[in-house]
Ligand binder design. Structure first.
Ligand SMILES: Nc1ncnc2c1ncn2[C@@H]1O[C@H](COP(=O)(O)OP(=O)(O)OP(=O)(O)O)[C@@H](O)[C@H]1O
Ligand SMILES: [Mg+2]
Length: 743
């Protein structure tokens, strides 16, 4: 089917053809035949890279251009929402019936807002969590949504993210019974069930843009699913590296999935020398520049230095411990074909579009802290193997599992290569998960009676799979808890949220966290310090996953805890009464210590050294802490606490920036973070007034500042830079750069 023949507006066809898309892929044709452009609900289950997004795009534009509709696109991760936002932006050149242009908006942060500004957008991208929080704020514009797209809907199976997604979909269908639902999914075992729940037809395909050959590598030979075999030269002891080397030497790229961060780094290190030898001179020069980019982005740490070294050899690792900036550089550079071998933990397997000719699965097991090793699911295997084959670059993609023994080779062939993906199951009926959704249902006026609550939960995927009865007991327990903690009250047959309950629901925190915060702000500790608050938020279940001090750290953490005993807002459990609680408590203390180090301006590298906490983890803790401090701030105000709000206000900013108090005024300037702020401060520019009085030349001379930023800083404090001064500075810089490249 050609794009020109489709029943879509001409303006959309133009945009598509301009971006190089002229014909539909077969799964796209099937989706259209199933009536998705006529407003029918649809679950499209199709392999990785088979073009599911395009169907969402066509459907969205149909709504916006022909029905004056509004579209909500749900993505499971922030990074994915931004990726889709960029893809949708290409349509903003199109004019609508009312004369305006198609507008695309994105909102993924700040859970305590109804974002009224989103109203003016036609297509809105959010994460599932953000959509859930918007529904709790009863954002008015959400009633106008005529199409919801649920991307990666197989995540319904995920313990953490699944329940939010099903609650959001159930609510949207409750508010707007006529809403069109388009769910996009990887191939799974029970598409028809999801379809039936969403009152949708379904299309399943196995079609892929690049042929996929799956197989198992044992010693020096790959056995493929189709019976073929191929020998691989054994240049090193590591089979994954041998295979990657083979791919690179024949002009391809390889993606190696490793079970842990540590193994991803180890394999990358081992691969670097060999891969480096196989690169051309010009490629090496290009890689030098990528390495420089890594060193120039964010703080220099042992991780970024190692990463830069490896990148020079065309190798990199990718895992959740890396900072966002570094991750993006690696992803782009891999997409551009510069990095040849990328090792990654399975987090990379879903969503991020990073195809490679050869996907190597180093270990079929996966490691989860606290659980140990377990075999990955077929669904996960399919998502990893699906990354094989770059459209337009590779004729064939290969996905290879590594086996160590004959038995293991047979096991892998049977249980992964030849296996069908599992069915997916709702994970909603867990008290921890339901608690927050039950409160939200009452607090945001979705139901006011016990019957109404069951009615709502009766619309979820869980109820579709198991019926509502198994949830009833849990819901009853939750209602009692919310009542006892004064988040809801009863009047006759009706249930309403108290002010506390309403605020907790809006703040998007676990009711248990809210109780911890409330109790803490009600009774203050002997000594109230910033540590009191940092520990208290680390004690809430929203600061998950829990940090576990290593054996070698235990003494240090325990000592710190003793020294600060009178500052804690929660009782310190006795080591003798409850050992598990005591250990958890030490984990919370460690989290607080990390946050304290961060706001004391300890460098990222020292944080890695002292606490074994990597930049990606630090980022996650910081984000959680900001949100929980905000919640504490709001709840303290609600309970008329006078001492906490001034502390939380300052702490939120310090945690955000990672600075001591004295740096706050200057890090508020754009372009000035903790490092540059400290440089300015130590050079004597301690206040905005100091900077205002400074000469721009002086600022420009400071390390890591330079003329451009110096000018930007001056302009922000209302300073004025004379044209001649500026031109002189620019000239000097040019001259310096010339000198650098010439010598
Ligand atoms: N009809 C088409 N012709 C050419 N290229 C296409 C076509 N449809 C989609 N593509 C391209 O295919 C690539 C993969 O598409 P998309 O991201 O939609 O995959 P997906 O099915 O959502 O996979 P995933 O499971 O990874 O999310 C994109 O780069 C897209 O531009
Ligand atoms: Mg997709």
């Amino acid at each position: 089917m050609n794009i020109v023949d489709l029943p879509i507006p001409e303006s959309v066809k133009e945009v598509l053809i301009k971006s190089g898309i002229t014909k539909l892929y077969p799964p796209q044709e099937e989706a259209i035949k199933a009536g998705v452009l006529d407003g029918r609900n649809l679950v499209l289950a199709s392999p990785t890279a088979s073009g599911k997004t395009l169907i969402a795009e066509l459907c969205a534009l149909k709504h916006v251009l022909e029905r004056d509709g509004k579209v909500l696109y749900l993505a499971p991760l922030r990074a994915l929402a931004s990726e889709k936002y960029e893809e949708f932006k290409k349509y903003s050149v199109i004019t609508k019936r009312d004369g305006g242009k198609v507008s695309v908006g994105i909102s993924t942060g700040d859970y305590d807002s109804s974002d009224p500004w989103l109203e003016k957008y036609d297509i809105i991208l959010t994460t599932n969590e953000k959509a859930d929080s918007l529904l709790r704020h009863r954002a008015k514009w959400m009633d106008e949504i005529s199409l919801v797209v649920a991307d990666e809907v197989h995540l319904l199976n995920d313990v953490e993210r699944g329940p939010t997604l099903e609650v959001v979909l159930a609510r949207l269908m409750q508010i707007s019974p006529d809403i069109q639902v388009l769910a996009l999914s990887a191939t799974i075992g029970n598409v028809e069930e999801i379809g039936a729940w969403l009152k949708a037809d379904y299309v399943t395909t196995e079609w892929r843009p690049v042929v996929l050959k799956e197989g198992v590598l044992l010693h020096d030979e790959i056995q493929f699913k189709n019976g073929e075999a191929r020998k691989i030269e054994q240049e090193t002891k590591n089979m994954a590296i041998n295979l990657a080397l083979n791919t690179v030497k024949t002009g391809g790229q390889a993606l190696i999935f490793a079970p842990t961060r540590k193994s991803a780094v180890t394999i990358a290190r081992k691969a670097a020398a060999k891969i480096g030898e196989a690169l051309s001179k010009s490629m090496k020069r290009a890689l030098e520049r990528e390495a420089e980019k890594i060193l120039a982005s964010g703080e220099k740490t042992r991780i970024s230095e190692l990463l830069a070294e490896l990148v020079k050899c065309g190798v990199a690792f990718h895992h959740a411990g890396l900072g966002g900036g570094h991750r993006r550089i690696i992803e782009d550079s891999f997409r551009q074909g510069k990095i040849k071998v990328l090792t990654a933990t399975p987090t990379l397997a879903f969503g991020v579009n990073l195809p490679a000719r050869t996907v190597i699965i180093q270990d079929y097991r996966r490691y989860e802290p606290g659980y140990g090793y377990y075999p990955i699911s077929v669904l996960e295997y399919k998502q990893m193997s699906g990354r094989a084959g770059r459209p337009r670059y590779d004729k064939i993609g290969e996905a290879i599992l590594i086996a160590r023994t004959d038995d293991e080779a047979d096991y892998l062939m049977e249980n992964y290569v030849l296996a069908k993906p599992e069915r997916i199951w709702s994970k909603l009926a867990v008290e921890r998960v339901l608690r927050t959704h039950v409160l939200a249902t009452i607090a945001a006026d979705y139901a006011h009676t016990e019957y109404g609550i069951y009615d709502f939960f009766g619309r979820t995927f869980y109820a579709y799979q198991y019926g509502v009865s198994p949830m009833k007991n849990i819901i009853a327990r939750i209602l009692k808890y919310l009542y006892d903690e004064e988040m809801i009250y009863v009047s006759g047959e009706n249930i309403y949220a108290t002010r506390f309950g309403k605020r907790v629901s809006e703040l998007y925190i676990d009711p248990i966290s809210a109780v911890i915060i409330r109790n803490s702000v009600r009774q203050k500790p002997a000594v109230l310090t910033e540590l009191s608050l940092l520990h208290m938020i680390a004690h809430t279940p929203d600061m998950r996953p829990l940090m576990r001090p290593s054996t070698s750290e235990l003494d240090k953490v325990a000592l710190f805890m003793e020294e600060h005993r009178d500052e804690f807002m929660v009782e310190v459990p006795s080591e003798w009464d409850d050992q598990i609680m005591h250990e958890e408590f030490l984990g919370e203390v460690k989290t607080a210590m990390v946050l304290k180090a961060w706001i004391e301006e300890v460098s990222e590298d020292e944080i890695i050294e002292q606490f074994r906490v990597q930049p990606g983890d630090l980022y996650r803790i910081v984000e959680n802490a900001k949100w929980l401090l905000y919640a504490t701030h709001e709840l303290a105000a609600l309970f008329s606490n006078k001492e906490v709000p001034p502390l939380t206000r300052e702490l939120m900013e310090r945690v955000d920036k990672g600075v001591k108090r004295e740096l706050l005024p200057i890090v508020r300037l754009e372009g000035v973070g903790r490092i540059r702020g400290r440089i300015l401060y130590n050079a004597g520019y301690r206040t905005l007034e100091d900077i205002k009085n400074a000469q721009v030349e002086e600022l420009a001379k400071l390390p890591s500042i330079g003329p451009k930023l110096a000018k930007k800083i001056k302009e922000q404090v209302g300073g004025f830079v004379r044209k001649e001064t500026w031109e002189k500075l620019e000239k000097e810089k040019e001259w310096q750069q010339k000198a650098l490249t010439e010598y």
